[in-house]
Design a protein around this ligand. Structure first.
Ligand code: F0G
Length: 458
């Protein structure tokens, strides 16, 4: 059979509230043209994020009932720690309430003012947590990774020559760790090859530096390696993931992605002394080291999720459904980051809306238009998220790319939901010349995209 089906049946459903365009026009204006301010009930298809928005399986719900809520040493913790160690193989596992808490603990332990942290592309919370320590987050993705239309099987790879040059320029003593984000979310959900992981690890270790994975979407990355990298076609996703982690000294993880859970995260390391420091910090802000800000039941849901996410029927469906969305809009001429990523499709708003300059946020303008057209909520990954304002001149430096991300929650939407999104995107594409730019009227100092306010440029 050629048709790839959703490898699950639906046992419990949530109604979607229908809205019409006049209602959405009012709601978007009230939300200051920033869909983060919209109520979820006012959204038909929510592609804002794949983070914490997935549907749990019946086994995960059974795990919720098994949850042991003991403060210290609960059975849920044992199941969680065993699952993480089995899949990732690290010696120390530190649970946190989500990925950014793991980042905060890691960077506040390892980084100091003036340090440099290289990554393929830092996610926004990763960058913000590094900068909060007074350090610099450096993005070193390969040049192809910044060219939306260029097809490359592993566009998330790090430019290893650039990495070597950075180490020579600043000296290893300025670099507390080197990271790779798998898959590379801010760079289009693109995978990193095993060869690149191995090479980055080799360079890090040659200079005595720890090498970490931002492992949020490790299973999707492993399955891309299986499909695209020579020598991995006959290996299981679990074996490939195991090899990826074997080169790393630790990882940060948001279980809201490839943990298939609605909340949770963790930090891993093989360094016992570091783990002790991190646990001391954990107690201060997250909780005791056997629950770290999570309920016992959450730990159980994650333990089951980590095992289910490596099922290959699931991974085949997951990548196929994302590709389905990407290929259908690309066939109609919509410019997207090629090839389709694992968890999301990224529309190249700069190419689609050349009449809107970056300082008028073409990505955000497109996000607004998708909501008005069909109640679809997407997110801008461009100059709203990554643009910089000079504190003296107030001048905007735009981001490298102006993307709109359509992230697919795991196991939530069916093919007809995706068909609806395809139709809406094509409708907007056909009248793209009428779309107007935006002016930012409010911004916060950190992570401004969450709370920024806009008005339409007339
Ligand atoms: N690293 C990456 C690559 C991420 O994509 C995220 C979250 C985090 C770290 C932080 O994890 O949300 O659990 O604190 N990404 C979400 C997204 C929010 O929509 O892509 P968190």
């Amino acid at each position: 059979m050629k048709t790839i089906i959703e490898p699950f049946k639906i046992k419990s459903v949530e109604p979607i509230r229908m809205t019409d365009r006049p209602e959405r026009e009012r709601l978007l204006a009230e939300a200051h043209h920033n869909p983060f301010f919209l109520a979820a009930d006012d959204v038909l298809i929510d592609l804002l994020t794949d983070s914490g928005t997935g549907a749990m399986s019946s086994e995960q719900w059974a795990g919720i009932m098994r949850g042991d809520e003991s403060y210290a040493g609960s059975r849920s913790w044992v199941r969680f720690e065993t699952a993480v160690k089995q899949i990732m193989g690290f010696e120390h596992v530190i649970p946190t309430h989500q990925g950014r808490a793991a980042e905060r603990i890691l960077f506040s332990t390892l980084c100091k003012t003036g340090d440099i942290v290289p990554n393929n592309t830092h996610f926004d919370t990763t960058r913000a947590n590094i900068e909060f320590q007074g350090a610099t987050a450096l993005d070193l993705v390969i040049p192809e990774g910044k060219l939306p239309e260029v097809v490359h099987p592993f566009k998330g790879n790090m430019d290893v020559q650039a990495l070597a040059a950075v180490i020579t320029q600043y000296g290893p003593e300025k670099i507390p760790l080197i990271m790779l984000t798998v898959t590379n979310n801010s760079g289009g959900g693109q995978p990193v090859s095993m060869e690149n992981i191995k090479e980055v690890a080799r360079i890090a270790h040659k200079h005595g530096l720890p090498f970490y994975l931002d492992a949020c979407r490790f299973a999707e990355n492993a399955y891309f390696i299986k499909l695209r990298e020579q020598g991995y076609g006959d290996k299981s996703a679990g074996e490939i993931a195991g090899e990826m982690f074997s080169y790393a000294d630790g990882c940060t993880m948001s279980a809201k992605k490839d943990g298939l859970a609605n909340i949770g995260g963790f930090l891993c390391t093989n360094d016992g002394q570091l783990a002790q420091q991190e646990k001391d910090l954990l107690i201060l802000t997250e909780g005791f080291p056997t629950y770290g800000g999570l309920a016992g039941r959450d730990l159980d849901a994650i333990a089951v999720g980590l095992e289910e996410v490596l099922h290959e029927d699931y991974l085949e469906y997951r990548l196929a459904s994302t590709r389905y969305l990407g290929e259908h809009i690309a066939e109609a001429g919509v410019p997207i980051v090629q090839p389709p990523g694992g968890h999301a499709i990224y529309i190249d708003a700069k190419a689609m809306l050349p009449h809107i300059p970056p300082i008028e946020f073409p990505g955000q303008a497109l996000v607004c238009e998708l909501y008005l057209e069909a109640g679809i909520r997407a997110v801008e990954i461009g100059s709203v998220m990554f643009g910089r304002v000079d504190p003296d001149t107030e001048e905007e430096t735009p981001a490298d790319m102006e993307l709109v991300r359509l992230a697919l929650p795991r196991r939530v939407y069916t093919q007809s939901h995706v068909d609806y999104a395809v139709e809406a995107i094509i409708n907007v594409f056909e009248r793209r010349n009428e779309i107007k730019g935006l002016r930012m009227t409010y911004q916060a100092e950190y992570l401004r995209h969450f709370t920024a306010k806009f008005e339409v440029v007339v």
